[in-house]
Design a protein around this ligand. Structure first.
Ligand SMILES: Cc1cc2nc3c(=O)[nH]c(=O)nc-3n(C[C@H](O)[C@H](O)[C@H](O)COP(=O)(O)OP(=O)(O)OC[C@H]3O[C@@H](n4cnc5c(N)ncnc54)[C@H](O)[C@@H]3O)c2cc1C
Length: 488
C-alpha cells in the first residue's frame, strides 16, 4: 500500500502529526485501538503552557532547563515553550473541554514549575479526554487511513533511505511505502518490572530504528515515578499511577511504622523533585520496609471528587483512600532518551522521522519537567506534519517481499529483561551492577529465539551501555558509586 506518509503510533504525537499533514494521504498504524493503546490516554496530570497573567514562555523554558539539568537542547526548549499556548488553544478547538473558570483555563501548579501553568481536562483524566477528541477528529479526517491491530515489524530501506514499513496485521503481513515514515511509537516502560506505561510501550519502535541503523541518544535517562499503586497480587507490568497532585494536596509518604521518612532526606520532603522522592521510596523498600501514601488527613472525604481516577484504582484493589494509606512502589514512567532527531524531527536516516516519547529531541535533557511530554507530542507532532505536507513526491521502490514479522518476545526473555533493568539500570545504578547486566544480556542473546527477542535485548543493551558510559550522577541517572553533578 502506498501513501505519502506513514505514522507508526496513534498517541498524541502520532495523531497530531497525521492531522497536520493534510491533504497528504496518511496511513496511521497502531497496535490495538486508535488513540487508546498508548501512554497518552493514561496521562493524569495535564499539559504545561504559559497561559497565565505574569507567566511567559521564557519562564517555562527556564523551568524546563533547570529540571533537565541544562543538558537540554536550548533551541528545542524554546521552540516547545513558545508554541505551547497556541497548541493548547488548538486542542480546545478540536473539542477538548479543558477545566476552566471565569478567567479562562483553570491553571494548576506542579512541582518544579515556577508558575501555575498546567491545564487539565476532567481533573485527573486529561489524557483520556484529549485522546478521545483527537481520535474522533482523526477518524473523520478524509486524508487519514487508520490501520488498527497493526504492529510495525521492520523498516523498509534501500541505499540507506527508509521508504516504508512492514507490519503484522489481523490478515497477516503487509507492506506500506511512503515518502516519509514517522516513528511515534511511545516509550519503553514494558522493559521494566514496574511501570506506569501500558504494555504497548515495549520499545518496539525504538528497536526498528536501531535495527535500521538510526542513531539514538540519552538512552540512560529514564524517569521513575515515586508513587505507583502496589497491588495485592504483587504483579509486575503496568501499575496505576498515584498522581503527584496528591502530594501537592498534602498527602505524605510513610513506612510500615507510620513514620514519615522524607523529612530526613530533603528540605521539601514529599515535594522534593520526583527522582529524589522515588529514590527515597526505593531505599526504604530495599531496607525491607513497606511504603504508603497517606492521604487520609490531607484529602479525606473529598477523595472521590478530587481524584476520581485514583479513587477508582484504589477501589479495584479494595482500598478506601479516605480512610486507609495506599501501598506504593516506584515505577518506570518516562524515557527522556530515544531516536535522535534534529530540529526538524529528522533522524539520522533519510526518510525516517521520530516524534513524541520515541524521539530524543533534547527537549527534556537529563530529566523531564512534569506535563511537558503531552506538550512535546502536540507541538512537535503538528510542526512535523505541516512540514511533511510540503515534501515533494518522489518515485518509491516497490516492496518486493515483505520481511518476516520477527516473531514475538517470549515471557522468559521479557521477564529476564524486566528484572535485570529494574535491578541494575533502574533508580540506583553502579558500575558493578551495570557490568553484571551487560553479562546477563550477552548470555540471554545466545538463547534469543527470534528477531523480536534480539530487538528487545538490543534496546536493553543500549540503555545499559549508555548508563555505563555516564560515570557521574545527573538528573534521572543516579550512580551510587559516583558524585552528583549539577550542570548549568
Ligand atoms: C500514567 C501516566 C501518566 C502520565 N501523565 C502525564 C501528564 O500528566 N502530562 C504529560 O505531559 N505526560 C504524562 N505522561 C507521559 C505522556 O503520557 C507520554 O509521554 C506521551 O503520551 C507519549 O505520547 P506518544 O504519542 O509519544 O506515545 P503513546 O501515547 O505512548 O503512543 C504510542 C503509540 O505507538 C503505538 N505503537 C508502539 N509500537 C508500535 C509498533 N511496533 N507498531 C505500531 N504501533 C506501535 C502504540 O500502539 C501507541 O498507539 C504520563 C504517562 C503515563 C503512563
Amino acid at each position: 500500500m502506498q501513501f505519502d506518509l506513514i505514522v507508526i503510533g496513534s498517541g498524541i504525537a502520532g495523531l497530531c502529526t497525521a492531522l497536520a499533514a493534510a491533504p497528504r494521504r496518511v496511513a496511521v498504524l497502531t497496535r490495538q485501538e486508535l488513540a487508546a493503546d498508548g501512554a497518552s490516554r493514561w496521562a493524569q496530570g495535564g499539559i504545561a503552557a504559559a497561559l497565565g497573567a505574569g507567566d511567559s514562555a521564557a519562564a517555562h523554558a527556564r523551568d524546563t532547563m533547570v529540571a533537565g539539568n541544562h543538558l537540554n537542547d536550548a533551541a528545542a526548549v524554546q521552540a516547545l515553550t513558545a508554541a505551547a499556548a497556541a497548541a493548547v488553544r488548538w486542542l480546545a478547538a478540536q473539542g477538548v473541554g479543558f477545566d476552566s473558570d471565569e478567567h479562562g483555563f483553570r491553571l494548576g501548579r506542579e512541582a518544579a514549575h515556577s508558575q501555575s501553568r498546567i491545564v487539565h481536562a476532567h481533573g485527573d483524566a486529561t489524557g483520556a479526554v484529549v485522546m478521545r477528541a483527537l481520535g474522533a477528529v482523526a477518524r473523520a479526517a478524509g486524508h487519514i487511513q487508520i490501520f488498527e491491530q497493526h504492529r510495525a515489524t521492520r523498516l523498509l530501506s534501500r541505499d540507506g533511505r527508509v521508504y516504508g514499513v512492514a507490519a503484522q496485521g489481523p490478515q497477516g503481513p503487509a507492506a506500506f511505502t511512503a515518502q516519509a515514515t514517522v516513528l511515534a511509537s511511545g516509550g519503553i516502560g514494558a522493559l521494566y518490572r514496574y511501570t506506569t506505561n501500558p504494555d504497548t510501550a515495549d520499545a518496539s519502535g525504538l528497536a526498528l530504528a536501531l535495527q535500521a541503523g538510526a542513531a539514538v541518544s540519552d538512552m540512560e535517562f529514564v524517569q521513575f515515578h515515586p508513587t505507583a499503586l502496589r497491588t495485592r497480587d504483587g504483579r509486575s507490568g503496568q501499575l496505576p499511577l498515584l498522581t503527584e497532585a496528591l502530594r501537592g494536596a498534602g498527602a505524605v509518604l510513610v513506612n510500615s511504622a507510620g513514620r514519615r521518612f522524607l523529612c530526613a532526606v530533603a528540605r521539601e520532603a514529599e515535594l522534593a523533585p520526583r527522582d529524589v522522592v522515588a529514590r527515597a521510596v526505593w531505599q526504604e523498600l530495599e531496607r525491607g520496609e513497606s511504603v504508603y501514601l497517606d492521604a487520609t488527613r490531607a484529602v479525606g472525604e473529598d477523595f472521590p471528587q478530587r481524584f476520581p481516577t485514583v479513587f477508582a484504582a484504589c477501589a479495584a484493589e479494595g482500598i478506601d483512600p479516605r480512610r486507609q494509606p495506599i501501598p506504593v512502589v516506584p515505577a518506570q514512567h518516562y524515557h527522556m532518551g530515544g531516536v535522535r532527531v534534529d530540529a526538524g524531527a529528522a533522524t539520522s536516516l533519510p526518510g525516517l522521522y521520530a516524534v513524541g516519547e520515541a524521539a530524543c529531541s533534547g527537549v527534556h535533557g537529563a530529566n523531564r519537567l512534569a506535563s511537558n511530554s503531552l506538550l512535546e507530542g502536540l507541538v512537535f507532532g503538528r510542526a512535523l506534519g505541516a512540514r511533511l505536507a510540503q515534501l515533494p513526491r518522489t518515485v518509491l521502490p516497490a516492496a518486493a517481499a515483505i520481511p518476516d514479522a520477527g516473531g514475538e518476545v517470549g515471557s522468559g526473555i521479557a521477564g529476564a529483561v524486566r528484572d535485570l533493568l529494574w535491578r541494575h539500570a533502574g533508580l540506583v545504578r553502579d558500575a558493578a551492577g551495570l557490568a553484571a547486566a551487560q553479562r546477563e544480556l550477552q548470555a540471554l542473546a545466545q538463547s534469543a529465539a527470534n528477531q523480536a527477542e534480539r530487538d528487545r535485548l538490543c534496546v536493553a543493551a543500549e540503555i545499559v551501555a549508555a548508563a555505563t558510559r555516564r560515570g557521574a550522577s545527573i538528573g534521572a541517572h543516579y550512580r551510587c558509586d559516583a558524585v552528583q553533578v549539577r550542570a548549568g
